[in-house]
Design a protein around this ligand. Sequence first.
Ligand SMILES: Cc1ncc(COP(=O)(O)O)c(C=O)c1O
Length: 440
Amino acid sequence: MTQFEKSAALYERAKRVMPGGCSRNTILRKPHPIYAAKGEGCYVTDIEGVRRIDFANNVASLIHGHAHPAILASVQTQMALGTAFTVGTEIEVQYAEQLVNRSPNFDMIRFVNSGTEAVMNCIKAARAFTRRPKIAKVEGAYHGLYDFAEVSQTASPANWGNLKGPASVPVSRGTPQSVLNDVVVIPFNDPETAIAILNEHKDDIAGILVDLLPHRIGVIPAEQSYVAALRKWSTDNGALLIIDEVITFRTDFSGAQNSYGIKTDLTALGKMIGGGFPVGAIAGRAEVMDMMNPLNGPAPFPLYGTFSANPITLTAGSIAMNLFDQAACAKLNALADKARFGIAEAIKIAEVPACVTGRGSMFRIHLKEKAPNNYREAFIGPEEQKCLSALLDHAFGNGLLMVETGAGLLSTPMGQSEIDHLCDTVLSGLRKIKPMMLKN
Ligand SMILES: Cc1ncc(COP(=O)(O)O)c(C=O)c1O
């Protein structure tokens, strides 16, 4: 039996019943995906019995790794009491209070089931509040699958147009032209160009959607001046500032927005706040959140959802966030500083044109000499992709799970030994791909 025989056989079965053999393209890898048998802390063991350190953490959603005992115990207790009701539960109120208390920008909150839903509902709330149709979003930023939020996510040199006025590029075939017309695409970290573009649509923009440390744009922080310019423009022009913290909430006790010293209008949350279960949330300014309030007549934006605020997710999330207090967050971020430092050292020793970016508990390796500052600079061309895939294959073969872009996310069960393993593996991987990189 070869090492991956069970996974290969399972994938053959999978391809017969699911397009591409999966429900989420994220799991795909060549020649076939691997399948998890179990996760414990920061380790995942696959069905062949191979154990790897998990730097993917279900794409940033697991802050305490797998099967945390305290989360497990409370979920098991709640499961015996019921998993979903058509009435409220106390945990919904308690967890809402808990999250609202984490950020001065969260007056109120509502729970949904995914980051996609959270972003979609922020956009709908912004439209209801402003009575305007358009949203502005940053070129290349990933915000989930809502038609309007996904525009330009996968723009490429073939279709992205002029940087001074990026094209609204559809992701899914069949996206209505009306959707593209209602999405204003702005470049990242270029306040002058962004403001000039916004000015062309100023009476129509309901909100500007921004991720402050966007993964697909390279895990590079939004510059203070950029965020300040978007905040000022939206205030001056009656639009809302919507921050997507579906991933970045893990970077600071109060989310990435905390370090910008700004008042935001709406925030989309997800991933980590579900404690390992599907979740999303919309948090923000009371007046805007009131768009969902049906107590004084029909809500301007009615919000329902069969599994929203189910007590399993909220029990797990509440425990996870209690455990992720200021001290735990600072400790994890300090460990990630060591990872970024160690990777930068590996790059120096290997003498390859590469760099590492990131903030909080996130990092991303770029096979580029200089850190990118926008989507176009972060874009991975075909030659670079070959080298990156070889590096990630090397990491995989040496016991690391990472995100396909070369990004990694830490979890609280990790310690120095996992970081040492990561940095050693990156060094040996870079040495291995160096001839390939230098050929390009
Ligand atoms: C920044 C950001 N927003 C929204 C989403 C969508 O979240 P979900 O996959 O839970 O729908 C993601 C998912 O990766 C994300 O990274």
